[in-house]
Design a protein around this ligand. Structure first.
Ligand code: NAP
Length: 529
């Protein structure tokens, strides 16, 4: 499979535009050979119309058919895996082991959603049968289930070219929900996206899916992306990236004649609280674990520990020394792109310039280009509270250690933070038991709390919440990871006194799909008698 550089308008490839671009190999800062053509406004419009036409037939495909489509995407991806992972490396500088992990995760997500569709319970069918002789007034027969929203636009993430991009969590959850998907390809890994798009299109064709169920459009976010979000036939948006990008899309969506939901997963500094009890015996171990979490994939994870909080004293001072030593033993690597590297370098310089900030350790690597220099800095709790610049996310292998005067100040800092994806506490159970205020403060701010662990390494499973109060995500009621992320792309719909013959199978009396339903307030697979 070769990289065509063209847009996918449904099943057709198209390159009518004059604007072209290339991706870059961050490892040697040379342009990759492929030329990508930016989608024209006419091509964007054609793709959205096709998606809108595909919506009804796709919605009507059975869960098993949609599951087959998702499983066929896996088969197509497996066929091109080696080539795909090579391109992934050439466009991201992420290592082969990391590529393997991300590929496995992408496949796992596809299978998880396929299984969800085969089982069918996810529609949360609910049936309240009629009570014609109710003394107050007759009660109608009312039946409810989730139905898809319509065409969804997905913006992939720079830091997850596979698992959060073209065939990533947003696209696959939307396809599983019954929504056609239009991907705005990420400009930094358009080649990876092009190969994955070809795999999705082949799978759609071999599974008998309608033309328009998937499109892949290349070009700038501000042109192609904005046009997609503003298009009246688009019904929702999924985004992973920067706060600025996410906010811009939320604003575009809100200004439309018909505002639409935008599920944007944006920045997070993922506070880690280290309590004294954990440092008595395990200071070196925790320093080592945190150093690996801060620097993994050059710190380019949305769950990277951005701030580490502890109470001033000999134990915390020793831990800071250990952390510095562990970090300085790690060799820094190239970042995703020179612009990301220069943003990172600028941010770390800005933090270092702030009054009261000192350097714990800093390590570069002159043998590579676009290197994300490893940086750990130290600041007192009082200074942190007074300087809002220190609470910004620094995307890269950086962490700010905050020495708090006492637990009250630590609590004050947690209360001052914006919404976060995660919050971690490193402590012994007994000490944590005596800190209910700390737990409450953290829970208010985050989507996931971690005890004696680090926030990186987001497990894909039904119980995972990957989201949190703004700006961690634009809507804290939903997760962007795991099967429940499907709920972002559906709406509840009720049928009242609807004829049996015309009801969806999920709501029919005889429960032909044998799904779990809420029948007159009881959870059961029983038929309606
Ligand atoms: P990004 O710049 O927000 O871009 C993500 C996607 O959104 C891209 O497809 C981009 O289009 C599009 N986009 C960005 N701004 C837009 C706008 N105003 N209107 C319409 N579309 C827009 O995020 P990223 O590429 O993942 O990372 C770039 C920077 O974001 C990094 O330097 C980092 O500082 C920050 N960041 C990223 C993450 C993350 O988890 N990915 C987390 C925190 C911070 P283009 O193709 O034109 O770029």
């Amino acid at each position: 499979m070769h990289i065509t550089g063209k847009n996918f308008i449904g099943f057709d490839q198209s390159a009518c535009g004059k604007v072209t671009f290339q991706t870059f190999n961050p490892n040697n800062e040379t342009a990759n050979e492929w030329l990508f053509t930016e989608a024209t406004p006419e091509e964007v419009d054609a793709a959205v119309h096709l998606a809108s036409e595909a919506f009804l037939p796709y919605q009507k495909c059975s869960g098993d058919n949609k599951a087959l489509f998702l499983r066929n995407i896996v088969l197509e991806l497996e066929k091109v895996k080696d080539h795909l992972l090579t391109i992934y490396g050439l466009e991201s500088a992420l290592s082969r082991p990391r590529a393997e992990i991300e590929f496995a995760r992408t496949v796992e997500q596809l299978h998880a959603f396929a299984q969800l569709l085969e089982e069918g319970d996810w529609v949360e069918a609910s049936i309240d049968t009629a009570i014609t002789d109710r003394p107050s007034s007759p009660k109608a027969d009312i039946r409810k289930m989730h139905i898809p929203l319509g065409p969804i636009v997905v913006f992939g993430a720079s830091n997850f070219p596979l698992a959060y991009s073209t065939a990533g969590g947003d696209s696959i959850s939307a396809l599983a929900a019954g929504c056609p998907v239009l991907v705005k390809a990420h400009s930094l890994h358009a080649g990876t996206g092009n190969i994955v798009a070809q795999a999705i299109i082949s799978a759609a064709q071999s599974s008998g899916m309608p033309n328009g169920v998937f499109s892949n459009l290349q070009g700038s976010g501000k042109k192609v992306g904005a046009q997609l979000v503003q298009h009246p036939l688009v019904k929702g948006v999924g985004f992973t990236g920067s706060i600025q990008g996410g906010r811009a899309l939320v604003a575009h969506a809100a200004k439309r004649k018909e505002p639409i939901p935008v599920f944007a997963e944006m920045g997070s500094i993922n506070p880690v609280v280290v309590l004294p009890s954990a440092l008595k015996t395990d200071s070196v171990r925790w320093a080592s674990t945190l150093a690996a979490s801060i620097t993994g994939s050059s710190g380019q994870f949305c769950t990277k520990p951005g701030i580490i909080l502890g109470i001033t004293g000999p134990l915390f001072s020793k831990f800071i020394v250990h952390l510095g030593k562990k970090l300085m033993k790690i060799t820094p690597s190239s970042m995703l792109h020179s612009t990301i590297q220069s943003n990172y370098a600028e941010m770390t310089r800005m933090i270092a310039r702030q009054e009261g900030v000192s350097i714990i350790g800093s390590r570069g690597n002159s043998n590579a280009v676009n290197v994300g220099e490893i940086n750990a800095m130290l600041v007192d709790g009082k200074v942190f509270l007074e300087n809002g610049k220190l609470a910004q996310e620094v995307f890269g292998p950086f962490s700010l250690v905050i020495q708090c005067e006492n637990k009250n100040q630590l609590l004050g800092i947690l209360n001052s933070l914006e919404g976060q994806l995660t919050g971690s506490i490193i402590a012994c159970e007994l000490e944590l038991k005596n800190e209910p205020q700390l737990i409450e403060a953290l829970q208010k701010k985050v989507g996931r709390m971690i005890f004696n662990g680090v926030p990186t390494g987001v497990e894909v499973c039904p119980s995972m919440t990957h989201g949190g109060p703004f700006p961690a995500s634009s809507d804290s009621r939903f997760t962007a990871v795991g099967i429940h992320s499907i709920k972002r792309w559906v709406r509840p719909f009720s049928f009242q006194n609807w004829p049996q013959l015309l009801l969806p199978d999920e709501l029919k009396d005889d429960n032909p799909k044998n799904i779990l339903r809420l029948l007159n307030k009881e959870c059961t697979r029983d038929k309606v008698k």
